[in-house]
Design a protein around this ligand. Structure first.
Ligand SMILES: Nc1nc2c(ncn2[C@@H]2O[C@H](COP(=O)(O)OP(=O)(O)OP(=O)(O)O)[C@@H](O)[C@H]2O)c(=O)[nH]1
Ligand SMILES: *[C@@H]1O[C@H](CO)[C@@H](O)[C@H](O)[C@H]1NC(C)=O
Ligand SMILES: [Mg+2]
Length: 235
């Protein structure tokens, strides 16, 4: 039995066309928290998914009474604002953000919580690029782009965090309210580090999405480079 932990964890799950992934991910999140005697809620932020993800979420609300909050937005407004939208409903003192497509396995959450508790970290981030972390299911091109993106940002910004572009993280909710408005995951962690917040890391294996299509456009790469450079002028 895990030691008593009075904290509550709000898991923010942004979804866009994840009807096939959502039931299993929710069930695994429940397992991870319940088996470790931890209090949690899941905040699903769905952007009007055409595949009916929200209807699945409503069924899950019945299967997991009082655990699931569904926040619906009318259209696809993007991941960054989805986190902020979900955060407004969070009643926990900690916030976990993760993808709903199995790239982020809920089994790592208890380890992130242990890590946070041991050093009282403000942020614990899952890392694909340290320890036993890794990436599975990507072709060489995508691996190189991701790795290159991290090396580029780390060289320019020197935050001392091995995975800047990942989005599997645990935050103290207070520190998120302080830094609200950062829609860019890397921006948040780099600025938090420069403001003296503490960051711990837990190696994770990142698996390519189970159902649904993957896309990485040249637009996104361009936006990323611009983002790193603008951040570089600020830290
Ligand atoms: N609410 C909301 N969720 C989104 C949006 N875009 C992506 N998501 C969700 O955010 C998570 C991460 O998005 P992904 O599309 O998997 O992004 P990715 O991992 O970079 O790309 P893939 O290779 O397609 O997996 C998933 O749970 C998506 O369903 C959006 O505009 N709104
Ligand atoms: C939540 O997880 C616990 C522990 O694995 C399990 O006993 C319980 O049945 C799960 N709840 C639901 C609704 O599946
Ligand atoms: Mg994904």
């Amino acid at each position: 039995m895990a030691p008593t932990n009075k904290n509550k964890y709000s898991v923010i799950l942004p979804t866009y066309n994840e009807r096939r992934n959502l039931p299993v991910i929710v069930s695994l999140i429940n397992d991870s928290f319940t088996k470790n005697n931890l209090d949690y809620e899941i905040i699903i932020v769905d952007d009007g998914s055409p595949d009916g993800t929200a209807n699945i979420a409503r069924q899950l609300q019945k299967a997991f009474p009082r655990r699931i909050i569904l926040k619906e937005r009318a259209g696809k407004l993007g991941l960054g604002t989805a986190y902020i939208h979900g955060l407004q409903s969070a009643t926990g003192n900690f916030v976990v953000i993760m993808d709903a497509d199995f790239s982020h396995h809920p089994k790592f959450i208890p380890e992130m919580i242990r890590k946070q508790a041991t050093n009282d970290y403000d942020i614990v981030t899952g890392t694909r690029y340290a320890g036993d972390g890794g990436v599975y299911g990507w072709d060489l091109k995508r691996k190189l782009i991701s790795k290159g993106a991290n090396i580029f940002a780390d060289t320019l910004l020197r935050p001392g965090v091995s995975d800047l572009t990942g989005s599997f993280r645990l935050y103290k909710k207070d520190m998120l309210s302080d830094s609200k408005g950062y829609v860019f995951q890397m921006e948040l962690i780099v600025l938090a580090k420069s403001m003296g917040y503490s960051v711990g890391e837990v190696p994770i294996s990142f698996v390519d999405r189970v159902y649904g299509d993957s896309k990485l456009s040249e637009d996104e790469i361009g936006q990323y480079l611009t983002g790193v450079l603008s951040l570089w002028t600020r830290v």
